[in-house]
Design a protein around this ligand. Structure first.
Ligand code: FES
Length: 290
């Protein structure tokens, strides 16, 4: 239930706080706002939030300091960054601190909702990884191959991404059990591995169908009504974003920008880009893959 999730949005720009509150409240989330890192800490000390959405550049106490405070004092709280100027270094630092994701400003309501849903899913899976160790569900040969990859890269610095890429090739996706195995093998925390997996779009935590459909929810596509085409795809395939059809033929993924804004609204099926998308075109395109 959305109203079980308590969210705090932290930004010195009042308009951002107000619009995030408006969008998430309309979806039933329990959301409050704070105008600075210090204000956020005061609120967090009095109430248990599940998720904090925070800006990085704020006067007095910046977002990274707030994230550090959270990791020391409330490690169970998930963090998503809202930022206009994400430098590689800052994002890297934030990832190492275990953030879930970041949303570049300006963002559309669809992107905000998508990232919020994925962050909640992240928190649920993280709890599952940490609290309920599950029996391996993969064939022993798969486990052996995963362990061989881990062993090969174990002492090489910065090897988490190549190891995860190889594991994804072996298993087809990166479920919590595999992430946990990689974390243990590389001496990382499950949260660190989980951050990396959810941050890079080439990783997937759910199995993909034979044909993966990526639907862009970025600004250019959103203003050109990509949602109408997305709804059509969901209706035709009878699955939601993140789902796979029963025959495993199709899966749908939502992304923020496919780098083809001039063709907006855009979807990509496997490696093929389709621009100027409309619900009518969706039906024709899907027929080609049936
Ligand atoms: S916003 Fe859709 S391709 Fe860039």
């Amino acid at each position: 239930m959305a109203d079980d999730i308590k969210i705090l949005v932290v930004d010195d720009e009042k308009i951002i706080v107000r619009s995030v509150q408006m969008i998430l409240k309309a979806e039933g989330y329990d959301i409050e706002g704070a105008s600075s890192g210090k204000d956020a800490i005061l609120k967090i000390e009095q109430k248990n939030y599940d998720l904090v959405l925070t800006d990085l550049m704020m006067p007095e106490m910046d977002g990274i300091s707030l994230i550090r405070w959270l990791k020391e004092n409330r490690p169970e709280v998930g963090v998503v960054i809202l930022t206009g100027y994400p430098s590689q270094e800052t994002i890297k630092e934030a990832l190492e601190l275990g953030i879930i994701d970041y949303i570049p400003k300006p963002f559309t309501p669809a992107v905000l909702l998508d990232v919020t849903l994925r962050a909640i899913d992240w928190l649920n899976k993280k709890a599952a990884i940490e609290e309920k160790p599950r029996k391996d569900e993969f064939p022993p040969s798969m486990i052996e191959e995963i362990d061989r990859v881990i062993k090969k890269y174990k002492h090489k610095p910065g090897s988490s991404i190549p190891v995860l890429q190889r594991c994804q090739q072996i298993v087809g996706y990166l479920p919590p059990e595999v992430q946990k195995r990689v974390a243990k093998g590389l001496n990382l925390s499950p949260a660190q591995v989980h951050s990396i997996v959810s941050f890079y779009s080439f990783f997937t935590m759910t199995p993909r169908g034979d044909h993966n459909i990526r639907v862009c929810l970025g600004t250019a596509c959103y203003v050109k009504r990509i949602e109408e085409s997305l709804n059509k795809i969901k209706d035709e395939l009878k699955i939601d974003v993140g789902g796979v059809t029963e025959d495993k033929k199709f899966s749908i993924e939502a992304v923020r920008c496919l780098g083809a804004c001039g063709l907006a609204p855009v979807i990509v099926v496997d490696e093929e880009t389709y621009g100027a998308m409309t619900p009518k075109k969706v039906t024709e395109i899907l027929k080609n893959y049936a």
